[in-house]
Design a protein around this ligand. Structure first.
Ligand SMILES: Nc1ncnc2c1ncn2[C@@H]1O[C@H](COP(=O)(O)OP(=O)(O)OP(=O)(O)O)[C@@H](O)[C@H]1O
Ligand SMILES: [Mg+2]
Length: 494
């Protein structure tokens, strides 16, 4: 190794090392510490501060006049202090139980070691970006661990969440994987992810809905227990025969309860079924087949939710999650059902799995978080409001890609839901630029500060050019006025 960049200070522990350097070390960069007994340990710089020898001696002088005099006299040199989080020895990535001796030299980690740590020769590895501190070192993530241990992608708006989804989905499809993305804003529908996109309409066959799903669409909460009972009884009756439309059968079944159930509840349920047909004309369709049979293997399957409201989105998403988990279990047991593992991306996770409300999607997301590993169903949740997500679900997403997060309360919430995100690292989140992220969890060998690749295909959702949109709408108006003026002039001259 070349020249050391610094030396270990005293008071180090087996996991955290303080060091000094005369040149500014790069935050997030990797170093190797030579313990002197053949042991070489890799670590990441998690914190950097600038110091001055004279200021230090004077116990952190803060008087500007004194500082100006010190500088004029050229007393004291600037130096840098940093904190290194140790990762493990470079042979086996195991953490030694002893701290490095004070004075041990600290080297910048050589490229070949980093390539070994972040590399991706095996087929299960896909590239996600490059090390922020070393653009020449590509970073790969382990897809097996991604799918089985789930993922959360968190950041403020515009920081690069959708781009990250596109990069991951693209590369997974290109190695033959199957993904499903719930698209709330129509960004992925027209995309070229993986070169193989299958758009799935958010249409459900009402006959295949559960009572709970119907209740959400109808707006029947559990506290309206009379209405719930009417619906449950009618639903059971409507399921007895398969003749005619399900909704007609359901209406008939409710009507047959007149005189036997609370008349107000019966009237209310009838009313709600009528408005259901009106309100959800777009998503209910008695002719569509089951959602799982619409998923194409080896494709980026995009469920277009751009035209549905929050309640309907909850029903559509939970319906897919429930059916996918069920069909994967069936496949594992009987060889029939959904024949391939699948990774499901859920955008707007703070709406579908909120902290303070129960939703159907939240229940099924929790089930997949718990059981998905065994059946090859992976969940990747995406959100710009981490602290509004249910904490159990967030903490079960063992892998995390955290881009820029400004609010300290969000940072704290993420930290509480992640074992491996240290306070020092979390503090860096506010300073990240677009596309820069911290990766933690089993899908990377060690925590990494990464510049995510930019998705090279077509993807909606780029920052809109507001001024251009205004200007083009104004000029269109002028065109119309011009045409009118022309028409009038023509009329006069005819
Ligand atoms: N890694 C990256 N490299 C270069 N540009 C990027 C990167 N990530 C995102 N961008 C650009 O930044 C803009 C916003 O990205 P993106 O839509 O992914 O953000 P987002 O976090 O999903 O935002 P929102 O919260 O609105 O959904 C886009 O124009 C995108 O092309
Ligand atoms: Mg987005």
């Amino acid at each position: 190794m070349s020249k050391p960049i610094g030396y270990v200070l005293d008071e180090s522990t087996p996991s955290v090392v303080r060091f000094v350097s005369d040149k500014p070390p790069l935050l997030g960069d990797y170093v190797v510490i030579n313990y002197g007994n053949g042991l070489q340990v890799l670590g990441m710089i998690e914190w950097v501060g600038a110091r001055n020898t004279a200021f230090s001696v004077m116990d952190g002088v803060k008087d500007p006049t004194v500082i100006s005099r010190l500088l004029k006299g050229r007393i004291g040199d600037n130096f840098f202090e940093g904190k290194i989080k140790l990762i493990g020895d470079i042979a086996r990535f195991e953490l030694p139980r002893i701290p490095p001796p004070p004075g041990s030299p600290v080297y910048r980690a050589p490229q070949h070691i980093l390539e070994k740590v972040f590399g991706g020769k095996e087929p299960r590895m896909i590239r996600i970006g490059t090390l922020l501190s070393r653009p020449e070192v590509p970073v790969y993530v382990d897809v097996n661990k991604l799918v089985t241990r789930h993922l959360a992608i968190l950041a403020v708006t515009g920081a690069g969440k959708s781009n990250t989804v596109a990069v991951l989905a693209d590369r997974i499809v290109r190695i033959g994987g199957t993904v499903l993305i719930f698209d709330f804003h129509g960004e992925y529908v027209g995309s070229t992810i993986g070169g193989k996109v299958n758009v799935i309409d958010a249409k459900l066959n009402p006959e295949l809905l559960t009572v709970s799903e119907l209740m959400v669409l109808l707006g029947i909460e559990h506290r309206f227990y009379n209405q719930e009972r009417v619906l449950r009884r009618a639903y059971a009756k409507a399921m007895e025969s398969r003749e005619g439309s399900f909704i007609d059968r359901l209406i008939k079944a409710v009507e047959s309860l007149k005189g036997r159930e609370d008349p107000k509840a019966v009237a209310a349920v009838l009313n709600k079924i009528e408005s259901l047909q009106e309100k959800y004309r777009d998503i209910l369709d008695e002719n569509v087949v089951d959602v799982v049979s619409r998923i194409k293997y080896g494709y980026a399957n995009i469920v277009d939710l751009s035209r549905v409201d929050e309640e309907a989105a909850d029903v559509v998403v939970s319906h897919f999650l429930r059916r996918i988990l069920y069909e994967r279990k069936r496949y594992k047991r009987f060889g029939e059902g959904l024949a391939v593992p699948i990774l499901i991306f859920v955008e707007e996770a703070h709406i579908l799995a909120p902290k303070d409300r129960t939703t159907l999607s939240k229940y099924w997301m929790a089930r997949i978080a718990r059981e998905g590993r065994k059946f090859g169903v992976g969940l990747a949740i995406v959100s710009q409001r981490p602290k509004s997500i249910d904490v159990d679900i967030l903490s079960q997403m063992n892998n995390k890609i955290v881009l820029k997060i400004v609010e300290p309360s969000d940072q704290k919430y993420i930290r509480e839901a992640s074992e491996t995100l240290s306070e020092d690292l979390a503090e860096q989140l506010a300073g990240l630029n677009v596309g820069e992220a911290i990766l933690i969890g089993p899908f990377v060998r060690v925590p990494a500060l990464v510049k995510i690749d930019k998705f090279q295909g077509r993807l909606g959702g780029a920052d809109p050019d507001i001024v251009r949109e205004w200007q083009s709408s104004v000029s269109e108006e002028y065109d119309v006025v011009d045409e009118m003026v022309e028409a009038v002039i023509k009329g006069f001259t005819r």
